[in-house]
Ligand binder design. Structure first.
Ligand SMILES: [Fe+2]
Length: 299
């Protein structure tokens, strides 16, 4: 009996989380409790920022409308190249920091990139245009929740993030990809969809959340439901940064030639600036790549 009740409750909840009003409000299909927690916490951080710094005239963040934006020259290209060489050497030496857990063979990870490659990667966040773009999005301070690094390699097979999907993370969170190599159409640029199209596909029943409901290509779905199919990508050079709201539809693209190296940072709102929070928590704190149920910092 209890099992039946749980099943009914789960299906009612899933129905609510996939309703038009719900995903328009939160841009995800997570349970209400976690969404409300993040909305409240983001408001708390915004209020604190305003109380401390006065009323700010923030621009409308391109992440809210377009899903992603590119900041050029966010990190010195020469230093990006040095990190690429180091990653190549680590892979060649089969160093313990190399992570092959992506069974699809589409990417190779580097564990704890800020320790393995160097803390100088954090300099990307000191670049004024990057900080401005993140402040515009959060309208408050923010912290790094985790950082990962991976090399995408050419492959015919696709899996997971190579299908059209939404990460379905909590609201008021975003990611930054620091491009260590170029990422153009044939070298692994991530394809993105804007808010309008993401919502239109969800309205037509595409959620791309669970692995078994993701499509590699949405052109047939678009035709069937008379939807526009107009994904876009930003051509990135080594040292550029893509900042994106990972809850809009996107898909990774395997490079057709060479490889694509990125360092990915995941951000949540924060009371303290990221560098002060990091000072408290230490670089070791950035290794867990999940999304916390409670967004408050642990210290
Ligand atoms: Fe993703």
């Amino acid at each position: 009996m209890m099992k039946v009740l749980h099943t009914v409750a789960d299906s009612v909840l899933k129905h609510i989380q996939r309703s038009r009003h719900y995903y328009r409000k939160y841009n995800n299909t997570l349970p209400p409790r976690i969404n409300r927690t993040y909305v409240r916490y983001a408001a708390e951080c915004k209020k604190h920022y305003k109380d401390l710094n006065g009323e700010q005239n923030f621009d409308i963040s391109p992440l809210i409308v377009d899903g992603g934006t590119l900041v050029q020259n966010a990190f010195p290209a020469q230093r990006a190249k040095a990190h690429v060489d180091k990653i190549s050497a680590l892979i060649e030496q089969k160093d313990p920091s190399v992570d092959y857990k992506d069974a699809s063979g589409l990417s190779i990870g580097i564990k704890q990139p800020l320790i393995t490659l160097g803390e100088d990667l954090l300099d990307v966040l000191h670049t004024p245009a990057v900080n401005a773009a993140l402040l515009n999005f959060f309208q408050s301070n923010y912290r790094i929740e985790w950082a990962t690094c991976y090399r995408s390699v050419p492959s015919e097979a696709i899996a997971g993030s190579w299908f059209w999907h939404s990460d379905s993370f909590p609201p008021h969170t975003c990611k930054l990809f620091l491009h260590l190599t170029e990422a153009m159409e044939d070298t692994g640029a991530t394809q993105l969809m804007n808010r309008e199209d993401t919502m239109a596909y969800r309205d037509a029943g595409y959620f791309g959340q669970q692995l078994d409901e993701r499509y590699a290509d949405l052109q047939d779905f678009a035709k069937e439901h008379k939807l526009p199919y107009r994904p876009f990508h930003n051509d990135a050079n080594a040292g550029d940064a893509t900042i994106l709201d990972q809850n809009f539809f996107h898909r990774a693209v395997a490079p057709r030639k060479a490889f694509r190296d990125i360092v990915s940072f995941f951000f949540v709102p924060n009371i303290l600036p990221w560098y002060e929070q990091l000072e408290r928590d230490g670089i070791d704190s950035l290794t867990i790549s999940g999304v916390p149920k409670d967004p408050h910092p642990k210290s």
